[in-house]
Design a protein around this ligand. Structure first.
Ligand SMILES: [Zn+2]
Length: 586
């Protein structure tokens, strides 16, 4: 109520009474005026490579202070940021005033490595996490199936096959209650699937179906399949589910982007879009339906798609809705599955150094041509050999001329294990290290087993990269990891997991500061997409891309970072449009 009364204060009254005042106000007036917030513009210099804030940062004696209170937005751009008093002159009769009630505003968050269709697909599945009984699971399926056309698959996930191992469900109840849809319910750990009669019919699993090696078709005393398949037998059922149609894929993309908007993100960098996914993005962009910005990296595995883009050149959307100027390639595999290429043997598997670049690698010729045609390359490299050879490849093209005639801004996606000799090469070639704080929090359980005590020092080595002058950006690599920004910031600042373990952080010398973590999810991500003149900081003339949260991530991140995990997003604004708000009145 207080904010409403304040919303009626002087300028509207002035505008109603004095036409001169009204026209003066409307010339300058904002469409939206955000006030009463703790605004951190990040429009000050970058921190030093050891994390120390710049001299002109709003920081002294270990304490952060917001450097503005109000933001005025007109159309898609910010027209003012500063004090509440100065903001008043942008209030016109049509201005929508939003009282932020003390919430914190930072430059819009960017998840710079996502697989967005997977996130959307997750929204189109029955969520069975936490169900205790077969009846409860079936009830959720029935409720979900009511919205799905008869005959279409209903897919769910999350019943706990470990906890239910002594009392596996059967297809009986599921088939009785959900007779009109084939139903596939994947276990929490993907080691078991459960289906109904129609699903088994579609998959042609009968009493004659043999259990494959390493798997079991669970059968009753009469030899009939009971409804559950274990381990390698799960694919008998999962492979019967048709891939999404173009329309379904588009719906998944939109659902995924909406989740990201809700969770505070103004943009995603999609890490590898093939022809079908590109069609979904392009179609949503043409219809004006993209809720947040998409910076799409073309999948180098789709050579036809890349060749087609090579012929027409990068798409630099000035409005920044859908930008296509990047290519995603793979050099090696993952560390957990020992696919990452290492210079020496895996510490826990002598004689093994990962998967050769040839099998999983990329078409170097194509990548080089695209770089010369001014496409950015973003190459997945995880092991120290993978990173070295990727840097060698880039060196051959860039030839040591930083930002030479072409501003390449090449990226290494993951840059997870780097040999000490290779750290300086990132800065030398202006290669961006695109890294995932959640991976560090999750992989710490086994990373040292794979790498041993020495090599692990160069793993997830954010501070070492910073000290060597490398540009760093952070992201989730969803859906493999949780994209929740508070989880990401907490992992970056503490190197702890969600259970706050280990208390002092895993290899804490590699932590980054709260400011660096936020910049890696905003300001620096803007640079990685060539958007640094358009966004990345809150300043007049920039895109009105803002994230509002109920916690001050700079102060809390510095004083009690564990509390970051309780943070919530209150509002997301993209190009002046409120795409998410916890208050309908916003
Ligand atoms: Zn990825």
């Amino acid at each position: 109520m207080m904010s409403f009364v304040r919303a009626l204060s002087p300028y509207i009254i002035c505008g109603l009474l004095l036409s001169g005042c009204l026209s003066a106000a409307s010339d300058e007036s904002a469409d939206i005026l955000l006030k009463g917030g703790k605004v951190y513009t990040f429009n000050w210099d970058d921190p030093a490579t050891d994390g120390a804030p710049a001299k002109n940062a709003p920081y002294s004696s270990g304490v952060w202070k917001p450097d503005a209170e109000a933001i005025a937005v007109r159309g898609s751009r910010i027209i003012f940021v500063g004090s509440l008093g100065d903001a008043e002159k942008y209030r016109g009769p049509q201005t929508r005033v939003i009282d932020l009630e003390g919430a914190t505003v930072i430059p819009g968050l960017v998840d710079s490595h996502t697989h967005i269709a997977g996130l959307g697909e997750k929204q189109s599945r029955v969520d069975l996490t936490g169900v205790q009984t077969e009846e409860e699971a079936v009830a959720r399926v029935v409720a979900f199936a009511a919205k799905v056309p008869k005959g279409e698959w209903v897919v769910g996930r999350g019943w706990d096959e470990g906890a239910w191992a002594n009392r596996y469900p059967t297809m009986k109840l599921l088939s009785e209650r959900a007779p009109d849809h084939p139903v596939l319910l994947v276990g929490l750990h993907s080691f078991a699937v459960w289906g109904n009669k129609l699903a088994f019919e579609r998959a042609k699993i009968t009493r004659d179906t043999q259990s494959p090696t390493g798997g079991t078709v669970v059968k009753d005393q009469n030899g009939e399949p009971m409804g559950v398949l274990l381990n390698s037998a799960t694919t008998l059922l999962t492979s019967a589910v048709p891939p999404p149609t173009d329309d379904q894929l588009k719906a998944h993309v939109l659902a995924g982007l909406n989740v990201m908007a809700r969770d505070g993100y103004v943009a995603v960098h999609e890490a590898g879009a093939d022809s079908r996914l590109m069609r979904a993005f392009e179609s949503l962009a043409a219809e004006g339906k993209l809720p947040i910005r998409v910076y799409a990296m073309l999948s180098a595995r789709d050579a036809d798609l890349c060749r087609a883009w090579l012929a027409k050149g990068p798409k630099l959307d000035t409005a920044g809705n859908l930008t296509v100027r990047s290519v995603k390639a793979f050099y090696d595999g993952a560390l957990g599955s020992r696919g990452a290429m290492l210079l020496a043997d895996y510490s826990d598997k002598p004689g093994h150094r990962g998967v050769s670049g040839k099998g999983t690698g990329f078409d170097r010729q194509l990548a080089a041509e695209m770089m010369k045609a001014r496409f950015q390359v973003a190459i997945h490299a995880i092991g120290d050999a993978g990173n070295r050879e990727t840097l060698d490849f880039l060196w051959a093209i860039i030839n040591g001329k930083e930002n030479g005639p072409i501003d390449y801004r090449a990226r290494i996606e993951h840059a997870q294990v780097v040999h000490p000799d290779d750290f300086p090469r990132f800065a030398l070639m202006n290669v961006i290290a695109s890294m995932q704080p959640p991976h560090c929090a999750e992989d710490k359980a086994w990373a040292e087993d794979r790498l041993g005590p020495e090599r692990v020092k160069g793993a997830y080595a954010w501070r070492t990269l910073r000290r060597n002058g490398a540009r760093l950006i952070f992201n989730s690599d969803l859906i493999g990891s949780d994209h929740n920004i508070f989880y990401g910031l907490h992992a970056a600042i503490t190197r702890r997991d969600k259970q706050l373990q280990p208390p002092n952080g895993w290899h804490p010398e590699q932590r980054v500061t709260p400011e660096e973590a936020i910049r890696a999810y905003s300001t620096w991500a803007a640079y990685a997409a060539f958007w640094e003149k358009e966004t990345g900081v809150i300043a007049p003339g920039r895109w009105a891309d803002l994230t509002v949260m109920d916690i001050d991530p700079l102060s809390v991140g510095a004083s009690d970072p564990g509390k970051l995990l309780n943070g919530n997003i209150r509002l997301t604004m993209v190009g002046g449009k409120i795409v998410h708000s916890i208050k309908p009145s916003f």
